[in-house]
Design a protein around this ligand. Sequence first.
Ligand code: ZN
Length: 159
Amino acid sequence: IIESKKVVTLNYTLKNDAGDVLDTSDGQGPLAYIHGVGMMIPGLETELSGKTVGDKLNVAVPSEGAYGSRDEGLVQKVPLTQFDQPEQVIPGNQFEINGPQGPMLATIQSVEDDNVTVDLNHPLADMTLHFDVEIVEIRDATEEELSHGHVHGKGGVEH
Ligand code: ZN
């Protein structure tokens, strides 16, 4: 049974409202996470609680339980000189930058002369996320995994 501090391994496909596949474990192997420690979006974690191996879920998670609402304050102008590879600064391209709470994805919105408008909102903000999930394995997290804050081995970090 899925509960706090279990390592859960699952196959998943994530779609948007239109049914487009945004992400899937197909072809890259199942995903493993530690339940109840903030690794998984809260709306999906709630749905997974109490489920067991072999269960299949089809759930729609509204933005409040996923990546939240867009914040127009996160659309900001940055000088082009801040970018190491200015030739890559093209609308639609994404860069990982170091934000106050760790890495953030910045999407280039527009470029005017030496000013770049970047969008720091999560690309999945404002979206209802549709998950197809199949639970593959459930086991206790080890002390080491809990202290590292991630899963070791299959579906997790190899080190
Ligand atoms: Zn580790």
